[in-house]
Structure formats: structure tokens, C-alpha cells
Design a protein around this ligand. Structure first.
Ligand SMILES: Cc1cc2nc3c(=O)[nH]c(=O)nc-3n(C[C@H](O)[C@H](O)[C@H](O)COP(=O)(O)OP(=O)(O)OC[C@H]3O[C@@H](n4cnc5c(N)ncnc54)[C@H](O)[C@@H]3O)c2cc1C
Length: 428
């Protein structure tokens, strides 16, 4: 139930939708008429009787505040009428307003996207890597013959105090385009480069599961950092702004984007024994994208994968300041709901100190937990790294130190882990 409610919070910022998460629950609909006129009060999910109510004028939600994650327990308490699940099963009304998903500031849509019909249980895309034994889809759309995706929403993920700009971009994907967790897609920015040639495609890690944040398998979400360039005096240089990331961050709902792919097998989830394989996920900044996808698949969605997954997953994420933490409220939710199986640790470099008094980076977290991590990998865990290239030297040094203490040669150990499929790196 909490998962459902949580998902509702995510979805409610994207569009109106119908949701029937499991046969035990009545399906109900969020009105797609979430306009500024209605304000947040309109986020009163309705019983089935109110489905299709578009009386209030349409428009996507406009959110300019930072909201905490919807917490059904707290929300239920606030409304004072007991357990939310019970009330939902009775088809009663409840209020999501107090708990809209955090940090998403979705732009107003020029026209409301159509409602999304959700499947009662999410199994219709499990064949993509059937039983974990086959490869994920690859290059369904080629760079030379891309497809068109439509923007459903773009939201800022970090606070204004945090440096830079990182956005969650939700795209509706072309028919027949599917992907699995850990893959990336190409975006071909419009226009031409300085030489008059079409822009090269840029790759972006996929931040949603195969079902997308809309849960219907028809969308994909990206986590995009706007690439900026500053001169020696700290002034931004306009002509050196990142072409594709700027394009993605500035998109408005309804606009179109050329995409190709999906690509990548490096960061996919283990093919064998996934339910009992612990995951260690080490990321910096937007490197969190594939890990959000993994975590949603294993701890949030109503899929066979999440029902079967019994192992532990550890996330180590590095960001510069607290306001730059990505998807934290989602990860908090997973920590609360997973019974200790999902754990997130943060290295907030400009605010936290490592044990030597220096800035705290992910490699310092690795050092702190060195013994544990080493033993987990030696046992049956799989480790993933994703983010900026610059993270790797420190990370490798941390593992080198752990191995040295054990009288082992790290390079040999890493080769062994790679051969066993336990060591996965995607940095850019
Ligand atoms: C597998 C993979 C996954 C990735 N996943 C993600 C992801 O999830 N999220 C994400 O945000 N990125 C990701 N990237 C990076 C992404 O592909 C792009 O490289 C990134 O967005 C920058 O592209 P751009 O077009 O905005 O910048 P570009 O226009 O290509 O510019 C690149 C950089 O050069 C600087 N620059 C531009 N012009 C000049 C100049 N004349 N002189 C000096 N510097 C200049 C820009 O400021 C920018 O920092 C990934 C890359 C790979 C390979």
C-alpha cells in the first residue's frame, strides 16, 4: 500500500492516471484536471465514481515548492481516520496534498497529457530479459534513424542553494521502444554544430525502470545535469554551454525529442541469482540514475523482481551539498519500507569531513566500510560504479588500501571480480 501511495505521489506530478496496483485494491483515478486554478486541493484522489472528471479545466500540476515524500502512515494519522489501506479498500477519499513528491517542480503543460491506464500488476515487460537469461533490448532505434519522444514533465531535482542544475526529465517513448534497468539512451539534440553538421548523439543513463515513472511501459526518465562552463573569474561562458544537457533541462511538456537506443549491458542487473545477490551501488551526482532504476525495481514496484528480491542493496552517493541530494526522499522511503534491506549513505563533500579532516567523498565511505564491502563482494555481492570519471581514481585507491591491508594485490582481485561479473563501471 505504501508503495502504491508512494507511486501515486510520483505519478501525480506527471499526469492524471488510473491505477489498479493489485487485485486487492479498488482502482481509482487522480483527476487529470490538476490546474493552478484547482491548486493542490485538487489532488484529492477520487473513488471510482469520480473517474473522468475533467470539469476543472485541465492542465498539469504546477509545483514550485519543495514537498516531502508522501508518507501514507503519517498522512493517515493526519487525517485521523485510521489506516489508509482500509480507507482505500473502501474506496474512500483521501488527501495527497500534504505529501506530494519532493523536489519536483513541474512546469505547466500546454495541454494535459492523456490519462495513463495502468496494468493491475506489472508483468507485461518481464519478457524483455526473460528470467534474467536473455540480453536486454539493444538499438531498437538507431542514431541514424531515431524516434520521437514527447516530454511529459521536467522537474528540478536540487534546491536553488545547490550548485548547478540537475533535472528529472520524463519522456513518453515511441511505440515498441523498450529498455531494461541499467541501460542508457541516446538523445540527438536539434540543430547543428559550429561546422554546420548535425549534433552528435549524447548518452544518458535511464533513471526509471522498464515500466517508467508512469508504470505503463510507455515512458522513460532521465537525470540530467546541465553542463556549464565558467571562466577563470567564475563567470559563465554562454557559448560553451552544454548543447544537449541544456536542451533537455529546458524542455517543456509536449515538446519532442529525438532518441535512439537503448544501449548498454554493463550496468544491467545480474542475470543469475538476482533474488539472493546483494548489490553495492556507488555513484556521484547523476550517476545515481541507474541506481534509482534498480532500487525502484527491487524495492518499490509491484513486480516479480521485487517480490523475489531478498538480498541487501547498499547505495553510496556523493554530492556537494545537502540540497544537491538526488531522489533522497525516495531512498528514505525505501529504507523505511525495506526492513533494513535497502540502505543509503551519503558523502556530502562540502559539508562533511572524512576521518582525516578533509572533504568527504564516496571513496571515504568505501574506506569506512572497507571490510564489510570486501567481504560482501568476496561472498556473492555485485558492485556498480556510475558517475563522473573523476570519481574512479579515489575509489580504486580506496579498494587498493583495503586489499593491501589483507596482503592482496588489488589489480589481481579486481580482475578476478570482473571475470566473475561482480565489478561494473560506467563513468563519463
Ligand atoms: C554512458 C553514459 C551515460 C551518461 N549518463 C548521463 C546522465 O545520466 N546524466 C547526465 O547529465 N549526463 C550523462 N552523460 C553525459 C552526457 O552524455 C553528455 O556528455 C553531457 O550531458 C554533456 O553534453 P552536452 O551536449 O550538454 O555538452 P557539450 O555541448 O557536449 O559540452 C561538453 C562539455 O564541454 C564544455 N564545453 C562546451 N564547449 C566548450 C568549449 N568550446 N571549450 C571548452 N569547453 C566546452 C561544456 O561546458 C560541457 O561541460 C552520460 C555519458 C555517457 C557516456
Amino acid at each position: 500500500m505504501r508503495i502504491l501511495s508512494y507511486s501515486l505521489a510520483v505519478l501525480s506530478v506527471v499526469k492524471g492516471f488510473t491505477f489498479s496496483p493489485s487485485p486487492r485494491l479498488s482502482s481509482f483515478r487522480l483527476s487529470s484536471s490538476l490546474s493552478d486554478e484547482c491548486g493542490l486541493d485538487m489532488l484529492n484522489p477520487c473513488g471510482p465514481d469520480m473517474s473522468g472528471n475533467k470539469a476543472k479545466g485541465g492542465g498539469a500540476p504546477v509545483m514550485n515548492e519543495v514537498f516531502e515524500l508522501f508518507d501514507p502512515e503519517e498522512d493517515a494519522k493526519l487525517q485521523g481516520t485510521g489506516d489508509l489501506r482500509a480507507r482505500l479498500e473502501l474506496g474512500a477519499k483521501f488527501n495527497l496534498a500534504s505529501g506530494l513528491n519532493s523536489y519536483y517542480e513541474f512546469n505547466r503543460s500546454p495541454s494535459p497529457p492523456a490519462d495513463v491506464l495502468l496494468s493491475p500488476c506489472q508483468d507485461f515487460l518481464e519478457h524483455l530479459d526473460s528470467n534474467g537469461t536473455s540480453d536486454p533490448p539493444l538499438n531498437t532505434l538507431k542514431n541514424k534513424k531515431p524516434g520521437l519522444a514527447t516530454v511529459l514533465g521536467v522537474g528540478k531535482l536540487i534546491t536553488n542553494e545547490a550548485p548547478g542544475d540537475i533535472r528529472h526529465v520524463v519522456l513518453s517513448i515511441p511505440e515498441g521502444f523498450h529498455y531494461t534497468e541499467g541501460q542508457s539512451l541516446s538523445v540527438i539534440p536539434p540543430g547543428v554544430d559550429a561546422k554546420g553538421k548535425k549534433h552528435q548523439p549524447r548518452l544518458y543513463s535511464i533513471a526509471s525502470t522498464r515500466y517508467g515513472d508512469t508504470y505503463d511501459g510507455k515512458s522513460v526518465s532521465l537525470c540530467v545535469r546541465r553542463a556549464e562552463f565558467y571562466d577563470e573569474e567564475g563567470k559563465e561562458v554562454e557559448e560553451k554551454k552544454g548543447v544537449c544537457s541544456g536542451f533537455l533541462c529546458d524542455l517543456k511538456p509536449g515538446e519532442e525529442v529525438q532518441i535512439a537506443g537503448p544501449v548498454g549491458k554493463t550496468m544491467t542487473l545480474p542475470k543469475e541469482n538476482l533474488p539472493t545477490t546483494p548489490l553495492i551501488m556507488i555513484g556521484t551526482g547523476t550517476g545515481v540514475a541507474p541506481f534509482r532504476s534498480f532500487a525502484h525495481r527491487l524495492f518499490v514496484e509491484n513486480t516479480v523482481a521485487s517480490h523475489m528480491y531478498k538480498a541487501k542493496a547498499l547505495l553510496y552517493l556523493g554530492v556537494p551539498v545537502t540540497g544537491g541530494l538526488l531522489y533522497k526522499s525516495e531512498f528514505d522511503h525505501m529504507e523505511r519500507e525495506s526492513g533494513g534491506r535497502f540502505e543509503a549513505k551519503y558523502a556530502i563533500s562540502r559539508e562533511m569531513q572524512n576521518k582525516d579532516g578533509g572533504r568527504m567523498y564516496v571513496q571515504d565511505l568505501i574506506k569506512e566500510d572497507g571490510e564489510k564491502l570486501f567481504n560482501m563482494i568476496e561472498d556473492n555481492a555485485v558492485i556498480y560504479f556510475c558517475g563522473l570519471k573523476g570519481m574512479m581514481p579515489g575509489v580504486l585507491e580506496a579498494f587498493e588500501g583495503i586489499c593491501e591491508e589483507k596482503g592482496l594485490v588489488f589489480k589481481e582481485k579486481m580482475e578476478e571480480w570482473k571475470k566473475m561479473g561482480k565489478w561494473h563501471v560506467e563513468v563519463y
